[in-house]
Design a protein around this ligand. Structure first.
Ligand code: PGA
Ligand code: ZN
Length: 419
């Protein structure tokens, strides 16, 4: 049974406060750090912040107090291996749709720390505790080599221009190939765009100065891939995060110095997919436009991922499924709150033929629960940035799990969806 629940205010990769929660049982302790998005969806769980003069209002002292004063008394005595029970107690205590009473960050921290405590109590690695004895699918990573939008300086409208090592056979191969491409891309950028283009954004991808056209970013990535001799082994993908350049009043999109209608933007995507080996587009339209995303999903024969569109929320996902919008769910635990709800969203996706891509947030710590959950869910896809310790630790953990599983490991999404 749970003996104590405690929290501390710690700092994330942006030097912004976040929560570290610890759940103790007589047979094992669980600890988890809470990530934080910057480019957040409108329907995400509430991110509880103090709003006082510390850390420009970003402190989480009230959230720490909520863990100790509200959550601990309600959870002490609960079985830590009963994740559903723990999460149900959290939802009861909160009682709001967007976790406004406790705070989504409180709910996520406690839910994940309890999950870790449950794993510790059973003596299993987290991925196996979550995925059972058969857990063995290592995820194909989507690497955000060139950043833009809200997560970087520079002028690129799309948030992430990803390379996807679809020809790799393992995480080890995927990471090595991509690292080599990353070095090569750095050489090209230094030579042609200047040293300052080697600066990286929140997820550790480059931030080339003077590049404002996504096609130029993709060209650069393809050149680096070719120069390394990996032509054909890599595909491309993007997180467009289109809500950020959508004007809700006129319904238009500000792209490439133009004001595009939805139809014009759909045409732009059709050309893009015809001209480049793109296998996946995330949030290609405004986060409220289910019908538009459904139309695009129909027109393009690639993966369309809903991030802000679904916010890992089973109700939002069901609405998307009813519309035929997208065919993949971006999976972020803290968008919805509890592990149980997030798992329910993943199951709903899978049942309806939607793929699941496990995802980091732009704000996080080196805590590696994400890597374990990606394997535990068997999602077959992950995006977890590129450089910076809080990103590379996820790769290091995946490499460790892959080595531990040996021949029992398989790699990548089921079927040939992305190949
Ligand atoms: P976020 O961005 O973590 O800041 O929300 C990542 C994404 O949009 O996928
Ligand atoms: Zn996104």
């Amino acid at each position: 049974p749970i003996e104590s629940v405690a929290a501390r205010e710690i700092l994330d990769n942006r030097l912004e406060p976040t929560l570290r929660v610890t759940v103790e049982t007589p047979v094992g302790t669980g600890r988890a750090d809470v990530p934080r998005g910057r480019s957040r969806g409108a329907h995400e769980a509430h991110d509880r912040r103090d709003g006082d003069d510390r850390y420009r209002g970003q402190g989480v002292k009230e959230a720490v107090a909520a863990v100790e004063e509200d959550v601990e008394p309600a959870l002490v005595g609960h079985d830590a291996t009963d994740q559903r029970g723990v999460d149900a107690a959290l939802l009861d205590l909160d009682g709001t749709r967007k976790k406004e009473r406790l705070g989504g960050n409180v709910v996520t921290g406690v839910s994940l720390a309890a999950l870790r405590a449950g794993a510790a109590a059973t003596g299993l690695p987290l991925y196996r505790y979550v995925g059972g004895a058969d857990a063995g699918v290592l995820p194909l990573p989507f690497f955000d080599l060139i950043e833009g939008g809200e997560l970087a300086g520079g002028d690129l409208p799309f948030q992430e221009h990803q390379v996807v090592p679809v020809g790799a056979d393992s995480v080890a191969e995927a990471v090595r190939w991509t690292a080599e491409v990353y070095y090569e891309l750095g050489d090209i950028l230094r030579d042609e765009y200047g040293e300052a283009s080697l600066n990286v954004g929140d997820e550790g991808g480059y931030n080339p100065l003077g590049v404002d056209d996504p096609r130029e970013a993709f060209d650069l990535e393809l050149r680096a891939v070719e120069a390394c001799g990996y032509g054909g082994e890599f595909a491309l993908a993007a997180d467009v995060a289109a809500s950020h350049f959508h004007d809700a009043e006129t319904g238009t999109y500000a792209l490439l110095g133009e004001s595009m209608t939805r139809d014009e933007l759909l045409g732009f995507y059709e050309d893009l997919v015809a001209d480049y080996p793109i296998v996946s587009l995330e949030d290609p339209l405004d986060q409220h436009d289910f019908a538009g995303v459904a139309d695009l999903t129909d027109r393009l024969d690639i993966q369309i991922v809903g991030d802000d569109l679904f916010t890992t929320n089973p109700e939002r996902l069901q609405e998307g499924i009813d519309h035929g919008a997208a065919n993949a769910l971006l999976w972020k635990v803290n968008q919805i709150g509890t592990v149980t709800e997030a798992t329910e969203a993943a199951r709903l996706a899978t049942r309806n033929g939607y793929a699941v891509q496990v995802s980091e947030r732009s704000g996080q710590t080196p805590d590696t629960w994400l890597a374990d959950l990606a394997v535990g869910l068997g999602a077959g896809q992950i995006k977890t940035g590129v450089t910076r310790g809080e990103r590379t630790e996820q790769y290091n953990r995946l490499l460790e799990i892959e080595a531990e599983l040996g021949d029992a490991a398989t790699f990548g999404p089921p079927g040939d969806a992305l190949r």
